[in-house]
Ligand binder design. Structure first.
Ligand code: PMP
Length: 391
């Protein structure tokens, strides 16, 4: 066969799945400059509008003056500096966990945590729509991987009942990244507790956004004391970069000993940790950001309902518009771009076949008028493309 890369790329193009990163000429915010033109940005995960916050930038700059740019080594060698320690303690406190452990990003946190907890002879149970990093982590662990129907506790319970694995790890996104809906955590915990399984929640899209103080999905659903493994990312609502896993003393010690993506990699720059500490403080105190975000989301959903669009069952800032065919989603995204809006067309394999969509995300940096412009532009794009979304 050989490495016929040209044929593979051509096939990808023919499937309307060829992707290229848009070149951004501005920081992440309400608007974004792409190829010299300014767009309203409805596709970032900067849910609270903090990625460019001057207070966080100042904390980053001050810490870089003191700590330099690179940490110089992995945590276990000599890369674990005071800002890392302070951030781990603050994150643990914020999430109501005994301890937290930093990773360079969410992908690595998931690979590290899952492979440290399970291996051959064990079983991993994942929601069908879990993030790619979780699915990869399950594969890499060597444990038997099972997937259950999206947000279906009964499907999970019947898989658990039939499993005789030594250790059973159930994994779910707290908020689903491409759908915006929330996992039914209390029902999962009932199933886990009945079958001696552990639950791991990836709260990349819930942390900072859900719960009055931004403590995420567990607090929002009242199960903060029942979930043994909690993972959060720092590159979304917190506006910086990196990730962490939080839980008991024993969990964190286990990760320090066995999570290869913690042990064998350079610690994040201390300045990122310091910036995140500043961000966390803002996330906790400035609840108006979550309130504004909720109001913007509600305004959008009301407007979309008036236009007759069937939206997905999401109360979070992720408000996808299901389109179906890849080519239609791409065409609509291009039309919106012509109208000055940046919204990405998400296609398989990121979402299931036949479920291409516009992934619209809101930020506290948006204004009501931005939502109104989005609604008008959506209507115009659908008309121009002679496309009728599900109604
Ligand atoms: N989990 C989920 C649910 C995500 O959406 C993402 C990011 N897209 C990640 C993990 C990975 O996090 P990071 O971007 O920090 O690698």
């Amino acid at each position: 066969m050989g490495f016929d890369l040209r044929a593979r790329l051509a096939e990808r193009r023919a499937q309307h799945r060829y992707r290229t990163p848009p070149l951004m000429h501005s920081s992440c915010g309400r608007t974004a400059v792409v190829d010299g033109r300014e767009f309203l940005n409805f596709c970032s995960n900067d849910y609270l509008g903090l990625a460019g916050d001057p207070r966080i930038v100042a904390a980053f700059r001050d810490a870089a003056d003191q700590w330099g740019v690179g940490s110089g080594a992995s945590h276990l060698v000599c890369g674990h500096q005071s800002p890392h320690q302070a951030l781990e303690e603050a994150l643990a406190e914020h999430c109501g966990r005994k301890r937290a452990l930093l990773f360079s990003n969410g992908y690595m946190a998931n690979l590290g945590a899952v492979t440290a907890l399970v291996g051959r002879g064990d079983a991993v149970f994942q929601d069908r729509l879990n993030h790619a990093s979780l699915l990869d982590a399950g594969q890499l662990s060597g444990a038997r991987s099972r997937r259950f129907a999206h947000n279906q506790p009964d499907a999970l319970a019947s898989l658990l009942a039939r499993s005789d694995a030594a250790r059973k790890l159930v994994i779910t996104d707290g908020v689903f990244s491409m759908d915006g809906d929330e996992a039914p955590l209390p029902a999962y915990l009932d199933a886990c507790e009945a079958h001696d399984a552990w639950l791991m929640v990836d709260d990349a899209h819930g942390l900072g956004v859900l719960d009055g103080a931004g403590r995420g999905s567990l607090w929002h659903q009242g199960v903060q004391d029942r979930v043994p493994v909690y993972m959060g990312t720092l590159g979304k609502a917190l506006g910086t970069a990196g990730a962490f896993v939080a839980g008991s003393d024993e969990l964190i010690e286990t990760l320090i000993q066995f999570a290869r993506t913690y042990v064998y990699t350079t610690a994040m720059p201390a300045a990122v940790a310091a910036a995140t500490l500043a961000s966390l403080d803002i996330v906790r105190r400035e609840s108006w950001r979550r309130e504004k975000l909720t109001a913007l989301v509600q305004r959008f959903r009301r407007g979309a309902a008036e236009l007759g669009y069937a939206l997905m069952d999401s109360k979070t800032p992720i408000q996808p518009l299901l389109v179906g065919e890849d080519a239609d989603a791409l065409a609509l995204s291009r039309r919106l771009r012509d109208n000055g809006l940046l919204i990405s067309a998400i296609r398989p394999p990121t979402v299931p076949e036949g479920q291409a969509r516009l992934r619209i995300t809101f930020s506290a940096a948006h204004e009501e008028a931005d939502v109104d412009r989005l609604l008008m532009s959506l209507e115009a794009a659908c008309t121009q493309h002679a496309y009728t979304p599900a109604r």
